[in-house]
Write a protein that binds this ligand. Structure first.
Ligand code: CA
Length: 246
């Protein structure tokens, strides 16, 4: 039953999942909660639906018949910051870390309850919508610059020179947090509390994985720049030599 005409504001969620039984329950749960669910069975079809249907969020299975959800995420992230929740049949830490490192916003392991998944969908959408209000960075809106970094809080982008870093939501929040209080050492727990809204669902290693990814992205823009200091056993701090050029 489609009622797009009567519900012009209905938001579309795309599900890429090859198992019909799982897809059926997810689609049912999403539609009962007022979303328009679109189901793709393969990565290739999913990419096409992504273009055509312009979903507000993607639920992405990791094991797909024509490839890997992680690779698909990498491809999508080259051009889009669409919120992504991974589904995995395996409770593998590596998948989880990789998924978050590649820019996934959340991760659900099968078997899961459809109700739990829908709750995660709502939570991820809420985070994306209200990031402006919730961003724990105490600085005025607009542009703030620090050394080579420029933080445009309205645009929610961080630049090195003229180049915008391609950050996932949590990478952005984490780096914004460090930039907001340079030199302060943040413990992993503080980072989880301030840059994530449901820290109970993630581990310290999530922070490490995001830091690793942010460092890599900074290096891609400027090879000589490595401003995030690891404070062994504690956490991370931003260190910039602001007296020198750069
Ligand atoms: Ca699968």
């Amino acid at each position: 039953m489609t009622m797009e005409g009567s519900y012009p504001m209905k938001e579309t969620i795309l599900l890429i999942e090859d198992e019909r039984a799982i897809a059926d329950t997810v689609v049912y749960a999403l539609e009962r909660e007022g979303f328009q669910a679109v189901w793709s069975q393969t990565g290739a079809d999913g990419l096409q639906q992504l273009e055509e249907r312009q979903p507000v969020l993607l639920i992405l299975d990791i094991g797909l018949p024509d490839g890997n959800g992680l690779d698909l995420c990498r491809t999508i992230r080259q051009s889009s910051q669409l919120p992504i929740i991974f589904l995995s049949a395996r409770n593998e830490e590596l998948d989880r870390i990789l998924g978050l490192e590649l820019g996934g916003d959340d991760y659900v392991t099968k078997p899961f309850s459809p109700r739990e998944l829908v709750a995660r969908v709502r939570s991820v959408l809420r985070r994306h919508r209200h990031i402006g209000e919730n961003t724990p960075v105490n600085e005025p809106p607009g542009n703030a610059t620090l050394g080579p970094f420029a933080h445009d809080t309205e645009e929610m982008r961080i630049y090195i020179g003229d180049t915008a870093l391609e950050l996932s939501l949590h990478e952005y929040r984490l780096l914004a947090l460090l930039l907001g209080r340079p030199k302060k050492v943040f413990t992993r727990n503080e980072i989880l509390d301030l840059a994530w809204e449901e820290p109970a669902m993630i581990t310290d290693r999530t922070v490490d994985a995001h830091i690793k990814s942010i460092r890599k992205k900074i290096r891609q823009v400027d090879r000589s720049l490595d401003p995030i200091r690891t404070v062994r056993g504690v956490g991370y701090a931003l260190e910039l030599d602001l007296d020198s050029n750069g």
